[in-house]
Design a protein around this ligand. Structure first.
Ligand code: NAP
Length: 257
């Protein structure tokens, strides 16, 4: 079965690795190309945009793709809109893998925000030492609140023109441990953390560290993300694909698109 997996997440790579060991599946992983030095991937990879939904549908037809798997990040909505439209146009089923959101637990001091702009405002007027863990692409939203001292953690450096005036960059790729996060927060005098509600385990240690130190976390809620048949784990995605390839997936049980 020829699959296109839209990736850029740990789950996409894990699913690809799992399918790579099964010769019934022939997966290609697609990355947007945001990271200049992406981690090595276990299956053939294509990199860069398709040129919208039409381009993706054309690419799938050209490659004889039989199933589309959208395993992109919970905050990546445009690619998921394209996936829904392209799956329909190409007449292939769409499986969407989105990890569950983090839930506030006892002792968490979360401040809810609906957007990056909201998150910047939620930091308040008093200057604070703020750790931004939102990736590198959207840090410009914090230029509107230049009174804070920012520590920005990302895999690759943000564009210089996107930076608030008082910024230190920390180039790191997860996963992170709780002990290391506590040590970082102490060393850097972090007073507030800003995070997208990405979910998953690779970067969850910052939340436990914030809880331990009694620090507030400005948590940005997920946007609505269009989906096909929706699953939350790599296991569930693999089970669905297994059922699909064995012909055991009854059409009426499919949800979504
Ligand atoms: P987005 O806003 O939903 O998509 C913007 C455009 O980028 C899409 O229209 C598409 O271009 C291209 N694109 C996105 N993902 C692609 C993929 N996997 N393969 C090929 N083209 C892709 O996406 P984004 O939020 O910028 O995310 C880009 C990538 O980073 C995704 O792979 C995502 O999983 C990963 N990521 C995002 C975040 C985040 O916070 N947003 C965090 C971690 C990882 P065309 O229309 O030209 O096809």
């Amino acid at each position: 079965m020829r699959l296109l997996i839209l990736g850029g997440t740990t789950e996409a790579s894990t699913l690809a690795r799992r399918l790579a060991g099964d010769d019934r599946f022939s997966p290609t992983l697609s990355l947007a190309g945001r990271t200049l030095s992406p981690a090595a991937q276990p299956v053939p990879c294509r990199i860069g945009g398709f040129g919208g939904a039409d381009g993706m549908a054309r690419w799938m037809r050209g490659e004889g793709i039989e199933v589309l798997v959208d395993a992109t990040h919970a905050f990546s909505t445009r690619i998921s809109e394209n996936a829904v439209a392209a799956a329909k146009a190409a007449g292939v089923p769409l499986l969407s893998l989105v990890r569950p959101a983090w839930a506030r637990g006892a002792g968490d001091l979360w401040i809810d925000a609906d957007s990056l702009g909201d998150a910047a405002l939620a930091l308040g007027e008093m200057p604070r030492r703020v750790l931004l863990t939102i990736g590198r692409q959207e840090v410009a939203a914090f230029k509107a609140e230049p009174q804070h001292r920012y520590l920005i953690r990302s895999i690759e450096p943000p564009e210089p023109g996107d930076l608030p005036p008082d910024t230190k960059i920390l180039l790191q790729r997860g996963p992170f441990s709780q002990d290391d996060e506590v040590a970082l927060f102490r060393r850097e005098g972090v007073e507030t953390i800003v995070s997208k509600n990405a979910g998953g385990t690779a970067t969850a240690a910052k939340l436990a560290a914030a809880r331990t130190l009694g620090l507030p976390v400005v948590m940005i809620a997920r946007p609505d993300k269009p989906a096909g048949y929706l699953v939350e784990t790599v296991d569930a995605a693999a089970d669905w694909l297994e059922a699909k390839i064995s012909g055991h997936l009854a059409a009426p049980s499919e949800r979504g698109v």
